[in-house]
Design a protein around this ligand. Structure first.
Ligand code: ADP
Ligand code: MG
Length: 683
């Protein structure tokens, strides 16, 4: 484990540059949090004006400290930040948290200052968290460091949490007594000048005390690097990402907050899904799922039993199961017979099992046990709304007591006093959920994770010999080079200059398609420049004239004509690709032709494809389903299509120079052939 990274979370000596004796100042509150949380290492506060603060001996300057500093936190005003960092680096400090704000997030000048600091850090071989961040926490007993200025006392857990927003981080810490979130590591990374999700993802994978890795992100520093951790199969732990900035206006907000560059949400959505990274939509979902992974076994399947003492919340729970791709389990007859002995005759022994408001703690416990023993049940959701006659705590504790290898998640809707009581008196302190809709997403995330752990092999990049000195759209000869190399099924193309049309006419084998070509025309059909099924010389001449005319109307010159054999098609599909600024090579498959935008039937994935991903691209699109055969139609040989998708992705991976490409359409014929008739590659 990298020593500098490790020292952020496991420091034996901790220096605060800018410690203060003024109450309510950051330099004071920080020291106070650290003291009260019981840091096990040695604290080294630096303040030129104080001899001691909160009982700790103060140093007049960094130079006065004689012992090695594992971790230093800089909270001085911006004007002194660079000087402090210089002095720390002179003392060979390898791990620095720069809390001070006023850098990239405030504009150009701040960005330059941030770059200068980063350069110093890099030159010294040190690492930095921040600037513009709010600190770090390790709850584990051997360290017990709360280096944030939030006075709450976080409980020990096994989840690691990175927040790109200091305010979100602070809000979570403020809410701990209500939400019962427990983490092992917490870090606010601020502007991510140096340390980002790309450092902490592999670090936390390696740290044995961490079980689940969670992120609140407004941008990915380098999305391709992030996902390569997954294509290389370095990550085995559940990773949950809350990515803010879904809408374009959200994105603008993200930019002005930390100067972050966002990537479009569709890319984020598809990439996270492809590599088994869980996406949370809200903070609540993020921590609910983290609690799920930390405290419950993984479900073996998607069949869920629901127990309740109230109809409404159970219906909401069931709706939520449905939304999350889970099913209500069909209970066995044996189970139902056992349940009949316990459940009130007016209740229900069908799933959801209803004990009615009179359901007692004993009944709840026994019913949960019966449901667990049913082989048709993979997970249980027990919903308890506190009625006047049955107190909540014994019900909840009774169920907490059950030992099981299946996840049993409890929803409690009690009087407010319950929570304090539960915190003080629960023997297990297992997490409870507050809304009947919550457990479904948790179970779905756990299932998604366990299904994704099954060995996928991802496509990898190799170096390509293909080089071009052009930029913009590739010319025909270069396109041909690429289509040959990647075995992409192109139709034969014959380019003819306007003045040699007559000479070439005798060589044309009808029927053909005639296309007018010009650098200034991207979509030929818009200009009426594609004439299909031309059967003879007469039609050919007419086609040429019409194309010339419509070009002339727009004052564009026809540079040449493209003659292709006319392919009698059954379907038109699209395969395309582009390079996302963050996640790199992306691939798209779907319905093609002139109406691509109208049909809007495409599936997008990272070009680091596995065979399963290619299957999914076909299964998730309407055209894919049609090609597999509907209504008694003969299915298309999908294996051919898969090969083309795979080699297109490979072309994208191997050739970083390719910015975009479009095969639209590839025509699929009645007799199982596939031809690209319109290829555009932009470099
Ligand atoms: P653009 O996309 O620039 O408008 P295309 O070359 O894709 O032009 O042609 C538009 C449409 O013409 C295609 O979607 C397809 O329906 C038809 N087409 C083009 N080339 C052929 C061909 N060789 N055989 C049959 N139909 C074709
Ligand atoms: Mg086209």
């Amino acid at each position: 484990m990298n020593k500098n990274l490790k020292n952020f979370f496991y420091p034996k000596t901790f220096c605060i540059v800018g410690a203060s004796s003024k109450e309510k100042s950051i330099g004071y509150e920080l020291l106070k949090s650290i003291k009260e949380y019981g840091y096990t290492g040695k604290i080294l506060p630096v303040n030129p004006k104080a001899d001691e603060i909160l009982g700790y001996k103060c140093y007049g300057s960094i130079e006065e400290i004689s012992e090695p500093i594992d971790l230093a936190m800089v909270v001085v005003p911006k004007a002194f930040a660079v000087d402090s960092i210089d002095k720390l680096l002179n003392k060979n400090v390898g791990s620095i948290i720069l809390v001070t704000a006023g850098f990239k997030e405030v504009g150009k000048e701040g960005e330059e200052a941030e770059k200068r600091i980063l350069k110093k850090i890099k030159n010294a071989g040190a690492r930095m968290v921040g600037p513009n961040c709010m600190g770090i926490i390790t709850t584990f007993k051997e360290i017990s460091l709360n280096a944030t200025f939030v006075a709450e006392k976080p409980e020990i857990g096994q989840t690691a949490f990175l927040s790109q927003s200091g305010a979100i981080g602070a809000a979570i810490l403020n809410s701990l007594r209500e939400t019962d979130i427990r983490f092992g590591h917490f870090v606010s990374v601020g502007n991510k000048a140096d340390i980002s999700e790309n450092d902490l993802l592999p670090f936390w994978e390696e740290d044995k005390q961490i079980k689940t890795i969670t992120f609140y992100l407004e941008s990915f520093v380098d999305g391709e690097m992030f996902i390569n951790n997954f294509t290389d199969k370095k990550i085995t732990k559940p990773v949950i990402v809350l990515k803010a900035g879904r809408t374009s206006s959200g994105m603008k907000a993200a930019q002005s907050h930390t100067g972050a560059l966002g990537s479009s949400d569709r890319v984020v959505e598809s990439v996270l899904n492809q590599f088994g990274i869980i996406r949370a939509n809200t903070l609540n979902e993020l921590f609910n799922s983290a609690k799920g992974f930390e405290n419950f076994p993984l479900p073996a399947g998607n069949k869920v039993a629901v127990v309740t003492n109230a109809g409404g919340p159970a219906i909401l729970a069931v709706d939520s199961l449905d939304r999350n791709g889970l099913k209500l389990a069909d209970l066995s007859e044996k189970t139902k017979n056992k349940l009949r002995e316990i459940v009130h005759p007016e209740g229900s022994v069908n799933n959801p099992v209803d004990l009615l408001p009179g359901g007692t703690a004993e009944q709840f416990k026994t019913v949960n046990e019966i449901l667990i023993s049913d082989v048709n049940v993979d997970a249980i959701v027990s919903v308890f709304v506190e009625p006047v006659m049955v107190p909540a705590l014994p019900v909840i504790e009774g169920i907490n007591d059950i030992k099981t290898k299946k996840p049993l998640l409890q929803v409690v809707m009690p009087l407010p006093e319950f929570w304090e009581n539960y915190r003080k008196n629960s023997a297990t302190g297992k997490p409870l959920f507050r809304n009947p809709e919550d457990p479904a997403k948790v179970l779905a995330d756990m299932l998604f994770y366990s299904n994704n752990m099954k060995g996928k092999e991802f496509l990898a990049a190799s170096t390509s010999k293909f080089k071009t000195c052009n930029s913009g759209f590739l010319q025909a000869a270069e396109i041909e080079q690429l289509t040959k190399k990647y075995k992409l099924p192109s139709v034969s193309n014959q380019f003819i200059k306007t003045d040699s049309l007559n000479k070439q006419l005798s060589k044309i084998e009808f029927p053909v398609v005639v296309k007018g070509i010009s650098k200034d025309v991207v979509h030929k059909s818009d200009l009426n420049a594609v004439k299909v099924n031309i059967k003879n010389r007469k039609e050919f001449k007419e086609a040429i004239d019409e194309i010339k005319k419509s070009f002339a109307k727009k004052k564009i010159e026809v540079e040449e004509f493209l003659i292709q054999p006319f392919v009698k098609g059954k379907h038109e599909i699209l395969i395309g690709g582009f390079r996302d600024p963050s996640f790199g090579p992306m691939i798209m498959f779907g319905s093609g032709g002139k109406y691509v935008e109208v049909f809007n039937d495409t599936c997008l994935k990272s070009a680091y494809l596995s065979d399963e991903d290619i299957d999914q691209m076909i299964d998730e699109t309407k055209i894919g389903k049609i090609l597999k055969g509907v209504r008694g139609e003969k299915p298309f040989q999908v294996s051919k299509l898969k090969k083309v998708i795979k080699s297109s992705a490979k072309m994208m991976l191997d050739n970083p120079g390719i910015k975009e490409f479009d095969f639209n359409p590839l025509i699929i014929t009645e007799d199982n052939s596939i031809f690209a008739v319109d290829i555009r590659i932009k470099v």
